[in-house]
Design a protein around this ligand. Structure first.
Ligand code: F1P
Length: 330
């Protein structure tokens, strides 16, 4: 609620919402790149504007693969810390060949370096976190980007403001379901599947489980998984399926095939799978006002909890993973 009311006050000052651009690019690193992928889909689907999610390193290493001459770009630089070298370098891309790049810094730290390289700023300082691993910062910046996309469309549906209370209703049962899976050490392979607005979230859930519990994971678009990678599916495979409203029927076909190959399914989405119940665990968001724009915000919370509980069950500190630092610098 705090983020949404803060954004409503600030939205008046975000002039970039009133300008036309040839392309809108979202960039960041790690979790913030996963956020860029999600925001890119949501913004294009909501506003019918051309968008792209690009890793920050690609922008400053290979700008010729990102920018064209004579174009007006809006470049969102997403960084919880506001100090990641690659994201800051991406925002410093030089404007040439009659191309302009308006920059928007999205961060949880209002005195960060990112802010000095951004023409516009969206600061979610209420989501400041000490953990090396991004959790509430990811969810809050995702909510902010969804808000901005809907604000641009001048359509802020009630469902957006109902999300916090809906999540509170779902958490007690959902947490128990996720914790039971996190306790099950018969699973050795973890595959995250998501398409459209869920692809970036599938990557984020995959990264959380990997970072916090040191578990090898893989991520695919739903139907892509059938083109080769499914060869590894067996009884030790847990498939975390972020099912959509739009493609549910085909996603169900994929999951039915994976169950026949021995996999267990964790289904997060609006609809129950109604397949072999012995091989399915589900958190179903039965709320008519939810659609594929809003469900990703609920999905990612349960994926963060999956990583958290598995880390705790392995006796690891989920906030301080091996090898990682809170900010990555060049
Ligand atoms: C990006 C990031 C995180 C990662 C780790 C190191 O940080 O790569 O995605 O989980 O915390 O930093 P930021 O640019 O969003 O601050």
């Amino acid at each position: 609620e705090k983020t949404l009311s803060h954004l409503q006050q600030k939205a008046k000052t975000n002039q970039f919402l009133n300008k036309k651009y040839d392309e809108i690019i979202f960039t960041g690193c790690g979790s913030s790149y996963n956020l860029s992928l999600t925001a890119s889909y949501l913004w294009q689907a909501i506003n019918q504007e051309r968008t792209r999610g690009v890793p920050a390193s690609e922008i400053f290493l290979f700008p010729e693969g990102v920018f064209l001459p004579n174009q007006q770009y809006l470049l969102f630089g997403i960084s919880r810390s506001g100090e990641t070298s690659e994201t800051i370098k991406a925002l410093q891309t030089s404007e040439k060949e009659n191309t302009t790049i308006d920059t928007v810094g999205i961060t949880c730290e209002d005195n960060s370096t990112l802010i000095h390289y951004s023409k516009y700023q969206v600061i979610t300082s209420e989501a400041h976190e000490e953990s090396v691993v991004m959790t509430q910062s990811f969810s809050t910046m995702l909510l902010s980007l969804l808000f901005l996309a809907l604000k641009k469309k001048e359509n802020l549906p009630r469902a957006l403001f109902e999300l916090p209370s809906l999540l509170n209703e779902l958490l007690p049962t959902g947490e128990r379901i996720v914790q039971s899976l996190a306790n099950d050490f018969s699973f050795e392979k973890f595959i995250f599947l998501g398409s459209g607005p869920f692809y970036g979230i599938a990557w984020e859930g995959s990264l959380k489980l990997k970072e916090m519990s040191l578990t090898p994971t893989e991520t695919f678009h739903f139907l892509e998984f059938r083109h080769g990678p499914k060869s590894i599916v067996d009884e030790k495979t847990l498939i975390i399926a972020l099912t959509s409203e739009k493609a549910f029927d085909l996603e169900k076909v994929v999951l039915s095939e994976m169950i026949s190959l021995g996999a267990t399914i964790l289904n997060l989405g609006k609809k129950p799978l109604n397949l072999d119940k012995s091989k399915i665990v589900e958190i179903v968001f039965e709320n008519p006002s939810l659609n594929d724009f809003f469900t990703p915000i609920l999905d990612v919370v349960f994926l963060q909890l999956l990583g958290y509980f598995r880390a705790c069950n392995k006796g690891l500190n989920p906030d301080k993973p091996k090898n990682l630092t809170k900010v990555v610098k060049l």
